[in-house]
Design a protein around this ligand. Structure first.
Ligand code: B3K
Ligand code: ZN
Length: 865
C-alpha cells in the first residue's frame, strides 16, 4: 500500500469555493448530484487536470459548464477531468447504497435513519471531490425523501427552505455560510425527536439548540443539553470564543465508529455520549457525556473555524481540543480528580502505544491509512504537549497566545507550526527546542536523585528519550517539572517552583535545608514523562499523607504500590518477609487514606485505586502478565482482609447516603464499589452477599453496575441471578445491554473466556454495531485475565486467538474498528517468551489472510516489523 508522507505536501491544484449537493434519499439507493464551482489555485503548479477522489463510486454523468463531458477518466478510484480554463462548473451524478454501507463511513443507514460520517476520508464515498482538508467550500444542500420514513431532514448551517410534494415526499434546503472542508459535511434524515432549548451568546446572538434522538429516548437528553449550554458559556469565558450560527444541532446515532463528530452546526454523536439518566447511566457515563459534548462543541473554533492543512496536522485540532475539554470538565467538577483521571488514561493507553511498534510523534511523518492515526498519542499526548506550553507561559500569557492563534488563522487550514508560532508570539515564549515534542515519539524517561550536603539540597536530573520505530536516535527535550521540597519536621514546603530540564543532564541546587527535604516532583503532572527515582518508602508514605498537591499525593500512593509490585514480580522475587514489609507499608497508607477526615470522598476514591496491570507492565522491559496479575490480586486480597473492618464501615457509611448528582453523593458511590472490590478480593463469599445486597438496593446505575461488576468476578450463584435480572430489567436498552456484555467480558471470573465465546453466539450479539463489538471484545482485549489466559500446559493462547479471530471476521465489515484490535497483540515484544510467541503467531495468521483492509494491514505489518 502507498505511504503518504508529510514532507511531500503540495497545495491543491484546484479549489472548490462553492458546492451544491442534491440528494434523492432512499435507504438502499440514494442519488447524489454534486455541482462544484472549481477555480485553478494560483498557488498550485498550473496543471489542468482536476483530480476528484472517489471510494467505491461510479459516475453516472459528468458535465462541465453544462455540457456532457467526455474528457474524463478513472485513475484507480479517482475521477480525473481535463479542464481548459481556470474557472469551471462541474456536475457529477453518483448513486450510493447507504443500507449496504457496513463500514459506517460516508452516507449510511442506522436503525432506519440515514446519517453521514466523513472525517477523515468518507466524503469520497458520497461523491467525487478533492477530499483533503485544505479545500474549503461553501455548501448548499438540498435533500428530498419519503416524509413518513424521513420526517426530519438536517444538514450543516441553516435551513433556508422546505416543502412537501404531492407524492408523499418532502424536501429541505440547507445553507452553511462558513466555508469548510468536506470532512465537516453532514446530513441526517430520519424519524427523530428533539430536546429543544436556546442559548444567547455574549454578543447577543440567540442560538436554537436541538438534541435529536429516536422517539422514546428524549427523556435521557437533559444532561447533554445542560452540558452543551455549559460548554457554550465556558468557551466564551475561558477562550473568548462565541458560537457563530443561529442553530446548533446534535444527533444521536446508535451505529457509530467513534465517540462523536464535530460537523459544522450538526454534530453527530454515538448515543452513548448523549443519553443519560440516573437509572441507565453511571457517574462515569455522565462525565463522558459532558466531556464529549464539550469536546465537539469546542471544535467549532479549534477544528472548524481553523482547520488542518493536511491530516499530519491532526493534533492541531485534536490535541488542543482535548486540552480544552479537559479544562472544561475540570472547571465543572473536581479539578484534582479530573487531572488524575486524565493522567491515568494517558499512562494506561498512550504510554504503551508510545513504547510499542505503533509509536509515532503527535505530528506523524507518514501513514498508509489516516484512520489509524486517531490515537491516544495524537489526542492525549497532543493535549499534554499544549498543556506544557501553558504551564511554561502561565495562564494569562497562554491565553494571549491562543487569542493570537484564533485571530491570525481564522478561516484557514493551518499547521501545528502555525500554532507554535502563535503561542511564541502571543505568549512570549521561545519554543525552538520545544518543537521536539512534535517530532519525536517515545515517552521521555527522567531519572531523579536528591543529594544533601551542608544546608544545600541538590537535585540531579537526567533524561533519555527511548528509540522508537524509524527514530533510533533522539535529542533531549525541554521537560517542565513543577516541584516542592518539604521540610520533614514541619510537613510544609516553601512554595512551588517550575524548573525545565532541557539537556541530557542537569543539577539544581536549593539552599536552606538543614536536613534532606522530601521531594515532590512533576506536581500536577506538568510533563508527560516517566520518572524513576530511588525515593525511600518512608518519603512516599510521607507524601501520600501530606502532599498538598492532590495529583502528587495520588502519585505518591501509586509509586508506593508500583515499587512494591514491580519488586515482587520483576527485580528478583521478594522473600516472604520483604513482601510482607511492602504490603504493611501500603496497608498503613491505605488505612490512613480511609481514615483521613479532611479528604473528600471523590479524592479518597482516587487514592484507593490500584495501578493498572497495563501501567505495571510498562515498568518492566519484559512483563509476565500472569505474575503481575497474581501479585496485584494477591495484594488486593491481602488489603481486603487486613482492612476488612475499615472497608466494611466505609461501605456502610457511604451506603446510607441518598442518590444525588452532587460531589458528596458521587464520592459516596465511588467508594461504595471500591470498598466492595477490596472486600470481594479478601473474602469472596461474604462479599458476594454484600454485593448482592447493593445490587438489590440500587436505585441508580452506578451502584447497580458496580455491584454487578464485583459479582461477575465471583464464582457464586448470586452472580447468575444478578446477570439474569440485569439482562431482563434493561431489555431493549442497547446501551445498558452493552454494559451487560462488557462486565462479563471484563470480569475476573476464571471462566471469562468461555463466557466471551457464549456471548458472541448469543442472539444479542452482532458484528455490525461497533458499540456491541467493543463491549464484548475490547473489554476482553484489555482484560489481562482474559486476554493473557493460558491453559495448564501454557500452550494455548485462547485470548489471543479470540481477538485474532475477531479481527479477521470484522475486517471485511468494518475495517476501521477491526484495526483497533491489533494493538493489544502488537505488545508481544514486551511480553514473556511463551506468551510472546503465541501473540506473534496470531498476528502472523492475521497478516496471511487474503484481502485485508488497508487499515488492518498497516497495523499488523507494523506490529510484526
Ligand atoms: N474528529 C472526530 C474523529 C473522527 C475520526 C474518524 N475516523 C471526533 C473528535 O475527535 O472529535
Ligand atoms: Zn476531536
Amino acid at each position: 500500500p502507498a505511504v503518504i508522507r508529510r514532507e511531500e505536501y503540495q497545495p491543491p491544484e484546484w479549489l472548490v469555493p462553492e458546492i451544491a449537493l442534491d440528494f434523492a434519499l432512499d435507504l438502499d439507493s440514494t442519488k447524489v448530484t454534486a455541482t462544484l464551482v472549481v477555480r485553478q489555485n494560483p498557488e498550485g503548479s498550473g496543471g489542468q487536470t482536476l483530480r476528484l477522489n472517489g471510494d467505491g463510486l461510479a459516475a453516472r454523468t459528468v458535465t462541465v459548464d453544462g455540457q456532457a463531458a467526455n474528457d474524463w477518466r478513472m485513475d484507480g478510484q479517482d475521477l480525473l477531468i481535463e479542464l481548459t480554463g481556470q474557472n469551471h462548473t462541474v456536475e457529477i451524478e453518483t448513486v450510493i447504497n447507504p443500507a449496504g454501507n457496513s463500514q459506517l463511513m460516508g452516507l449510511y443507514a442506522s436503525n432506519g435513519m440515514l446519517c453521514t460520517q466523513c472525517e477523515a476520508e468518507g466524503f469520497r464515498r458520497i461523491t467525487f471531490f478533492p477530499d483533503r482538508p485544505d479545500v474549503l467550500s461553501t455548501y448548499s444542500v438540498r435533500m428530498a425523501g419519503d416524509k413518513a420514513r424521513f420526517p426530519v431532514l438536517l444538514s450543516n448551517g441553516n435551513c433556508t427552505a422546505q416543502g412537501e410534494n404531492a407524492d408523499g415526499t418532502h424536501w429541505a434546503e440547507w445553507h452553511d455560510p462558513w466555508p469548510k472542508p468536506c470532512y465537516l459535511f453532514a446530513l441526517v434524515a430520519g424519524e427523530l425527536i428533539a430536546n429543544h432549548d436556546s442559548f444567547t451568546t455574549a454578543g447577543g446572538r440567540k442560538v436554537d439548540l436541538n438534541i435529536w434522538v429516536r422517539p422514546g429516548d428524549e427523556d435521557r437528553t437533559q444532561h447533554a443539553m445542560d452540558s452543551l449550554i455549559a460548554s457554550m458559556k465556558w468557551d466564551e469565558e475561558a477562550f473568548g470564543r462565541e458560537y457563530d450560527l443561529d442553530l446548533f444541532n446534535v444527533v444521536a446515532v446508535s451505529d457509530f465508529n467513534m465517540g462523536a463528530m464535530e460537523n459544522k452546526g450538526l454534530n453527530v454523536f454515538n448515543t452513548r455520549y448523549v443519553l443519560a439518566d440516573p437509572q441507565t447511566a453511571t457517574d462515569a457515563d455522565y462525565d463522558a457525556v459532558e466531556g464529549v459534548i464539550g469536546h465537539e462543541y469546542f471544535h467549532n473554533w479549534s477544528g472548524n473555524r481553523i482547520t488542518c492543512r493536511d491530516w499530519f496536522q491532526l493534533s492541531l485540532k485534536e490535541g488542543f481540543t482535548v486540552l480544552r475539554d479537559q479544562m472544561f470538565s475540570a472547571d465543572m467538577g473536581s479539578a484534582a480528580v479530573k487531572r488524575i483521571e486524565d493522567v491515568r488514561v494517558l499512562r494506561s493507553a498512550q504510554f504503551p502505544e508510545d513504547s510499542g511498534p505503533l509509536a509515532h510523534p503527535i505530528r506523524p511523518d507518514s501513514y498508509q491509512e489516516i484512520s489509524n492515526f486517531y490515537t491516544s498519542t495524537v489526542y492525549n499526548k497532543g493535549a499534554e504537549v499544549i498543556r506544557m506550553m501553558r504551564s511554561m507561559a502561565g495562564v494569562e500569557a497562554f491565553r494571549k497566545g491562543t487569542d493570537l492563534y484564533f485571530a491570525r488563522h481564522d478561516g484557514e487550514a493551518a499547521t501545528c507550526e502555525d500554532f507554535v508560532v502563535a503561542i511564541e508570539d502571543g505568549a512570549g515564549l521561545d519554543l525552538r527546542q520545544f518543537r521536539q515534542w512534535y517530532s519525536q515519539a517515545g515517552t521521555p524517561q527522567v531519572k531523579v536523585r536528591l543529594d544533601h550536603e551542608g544546608d544545600v539540597a541538590t537535585l540531579h536530573l537526567s533524561q533519555v528519550v527511548p528509540a522508537t520505530p524509524g527514530q533510533p536516535v533522539k535529542q533531549p527535550m525541554p521537560i517542565p517539572l513543577r516541584l516542592a521540597l518539604f521540610d520533614r519536621d514541619t510537613g510544609q514546603h516553601r512554595g512551588e517552583e517550575l524548573i525545565v530540564l532541557d539537556a541530557e543532564q542537569a543539577s539544581f541546587a536549593f539552599s536552606g535545608f538543614t536536613r534532606i527535604p522530601v521531594l515532590s516532583i512533576n506536581r500536577g503532572f506538568t510533563a508527560p514523562v516517566a520518572i524513576t527515582s530511588d525515593v525511600p518508602t518512608a518519603d512516599l508514605v510521607f507524601l501520600a499523607a501530606n502532599d498538598d498537591d492532590p495529583f502528587a499525593r495520588y502519585e505518591a500512593m501509586q509509586s508506593l504500590i508500583v515499587q512494591h509490585l514491580v519488586a515482587a514480580v520483576g527485580g528478583g522475587i521478594l522473600c516472604d518477609a520483604e513482601r510482607q514489609a511492602g504490603r504493611d507499608a501500603i496497608g498503613r497508607a491505605l488505612a490512613a487514606v480511609i481514615d483521613d477526615s479532611a479528604l473528600d470522598d471523590l479524592m479518597r476514591g482516587e487514592l484507593m485505586i490500584l495501578p493498572s496491570e497495563a501501567y505495571l507492565s510498562e515498568q518492566l522491559k519484559v512483563a509476565d502478565p500472569g505474575a503481575i496479575h497474581a501479585e496485584r490480586e494477591g495484594l488486593k486480597a491481602w488489603l481486603g482482609r487486613e482492612l476488612k473492618d475499615r472497608l466494611t464501615a466505609l461501605h456502610d457509611r457511604v451506603s446510607a447516603l441518598p442518590y444525588g448528582r452532587g460531589a458528596d453523593a458521587r464520592g459516596a458511590r465511588k467508594l461504595k464499589t471500591q470498598a466492595l472490590v477490596y472486600l470481594a478480593a479478601g473474602a469472596p463469599e461474604e462479599a458476594a452477599s454484600r454485593a448482592a445486597a447493593q445490587y438489590a438496593a440500587a436505585d441508580n446505575m452506578t451502584d447497580r453496575q458496580g455491584a454487578l461488576m464485583v459479582l461477575c468476578g465471583l464464582d457464586t450463584p448470586a452472580r447468575d441471578d444478578a446477570l439474569a435480572d440485569f439482562r431482563q430489567r434493561y431489555d431493549g436498552n442497547a446501551l445498558v445491554i452493552d454494559k451487560w456484555f462488557s462486565l462479563q467480558a471484563g470480569s475476573l471470573h476464571p471462566k471469562v473466556l468461555e463466557h466471551v465465546r457464549a456471548l458472541a453466539d448469543s442472539p444479542d450479539f452482532t458484528l455490525t454495531n461497533p458499540n456491541r463489538v467493543r463491549a464484548l471484545y475490547m473489554s476482553c482485549a484489555v482484560n489481562p485475565k482474559a486476554f493473557h489466559a493460558l491453559n495448564q500446559e501454557g500452550e494455548n493462547g485462547e485470548g489471543y486467538r479470540t481477538i485474532a479471530d475477531l479481527i479477521l471476521a470484522l475486517d471485511p465489515i468494518n475495517a476501521q474498528t477491526a484495526a483497533r484490535f491489533v494493538a493489544p497483540l502488537g505488545r508481544w515484544r514486551r511480553i514473556e517468551p511463551k506468551r510472546s510467541a503465541l501473540m506473534r503467531a496470531e498476528l502472523e495468521r492475521v497478516a496471511k489472510a487474503p484481502k485485508l483492509s488497508r487499515d488492518t494491514l498497516e497495523q499488523v505489518t507494523k506490529s510484526l516489523g
